[in-house]
Design a protein around this ligand. Sequence first.
Ligand SMILES: Cc1cc2nc3c(=O)[nH]c(=O)nc-3n(C[C@H](O)[C@H](O)[C@H](O)COP(=O)(O)O)c2cc1C
Length: 188
Amino acid sequence: MLDAIELLKSRRSVPANALAEPAPSAEELDTMLTIAARVPDHGKLAPWRFIVIEGPARAELGGRLAELMKASDPEAPAGKVEAVANFCGSALIVAVVSRAGPHVKIPEWEQELSAGAVCMNLSIAVNALGYGAQWLTGWAAYDPKAREVIGLQQNERIAGFIHIGTPTERWTDRPRPELSEVVTRWGA
Ligand SMILES: Cc1cc2nc3c(=O)[nH]c(=O)nc-3n(C[C@H](O)[C@H](O)[C@H](O)COP(=O)(O)O)c2cc1C
């Protein structure tokens, strides 16, 4: 296992279509989800939940989403439909669902931030266990009928589909922001 600082300094996403089998074991997935759920959460509301899409359920969901896209837009380019069908092309997907809503004390924005933290913690845990991950949203996260097929309630939103698997190759990093561009010192 990588040292935590080395892991955090080197982690990067791997494209979902390069996240092949083997998928994490059931025990590893439990560890990942336990870590993902261990995030700051103002008010202890757990304003998020997980939907695991694994095994044959991936192809079934991909197929249903592709049918949906074709039905709603018969002119949809084949590439776009294929991309939706391949939505479940990675070894395992965890949909992180935000359940943020009005609350007497805790702003919705803070509940949404907690769901973002879940996505990130999950991605880090995946990498720490030697797998790769990519955080995606896309058409299926926003289309009303696709949301229904995925099993979302009216008040729920996809924070991210975290695609997980074994990277098929090493990926070079992308440019990262210069600290000088994103850091200021108050009063300086
Ligand atoms: C909320 C959210 C949604 C995203 N959705 C997509 C997406 O639909 N398609 C895509 O190519 N990248 C998407 N990304 C970007 C990738 O997850 C990721 O930033 C990119 O692959 C580089 O990742 P890295 O900085 O972890 O290496 C999304 C990122 C976030 C935070």
